[in-house]
Design a protein around this ligand. Structure first.
Ligand SMILES: [Zn+2]
Length: 146
């Protein structure tokens, strides 16, 4: 079973969905999430922050260090970037609000299924491929590492 957790960003205008891989960490590790609107004034160098296209996932590093041995890394070596890139605390989709956008886009395409099944299948396939390309172009962290 995998756990996911929705967290509203610091300014309250956006929601991210976070996934905790391998059931090591849970929502207690998430200190704060900043969207591109509210991440501007924060310090990019502070410990415990993962930056992704203007979004910031701020982890509680005390909690991270406690769980470091369960993740196969020493408490001294573990960083927020490492936790994110290894999937212990990461976005559910490719981007923080992918889960919302994906449903919107898919329901648009779904309308085609009622009128033209073949067009629907083709559109759906193209949509999947284009999404991947778009995420790489936009430079999302998970699109680059995977
Ligand atoms: Zn925000």
């Amino acid at each position: 079973m995998c756990q996911s957790y929705r967290k509203v960003c610091a300014c309250g205008q956006n929601t991210s969905e976070i996934f905790f891989g391998k059931m090591v960490l849970d929502e207690k590790v998430v200190a704060e999430v900043y969207c591109p609107k509210c991440s501007l004034p924060i310090d990019p160098k502070q410990d415990g922050r993962v930056w992704d296209n203007g979004w910031v996932l701020q982890l509680n590093m005390d909690v991270v260090r406690i769980h470091a041995p369960s993740m196969g890394i020493s408490p001294e070596d573990v960083t927020a970037d490492w936790v994110f890139d290894n999937g212990y605390a990461t976005w559910v989709g490719m981007t923080p609000d992918d889960f919302q956008k994906r449903e919107l886009e898919r329901s648009e395409i779904q309308k085609l299924a009622k009128t033209d099944l073949r067009a629907y299948i083709n559109t759906l396939r193209e949509w999947g491929l284009n999404r991947e390309k778009r995420f790489v172009q936009e430079g999302w962290r998970k699109a680059k590492t995977s």
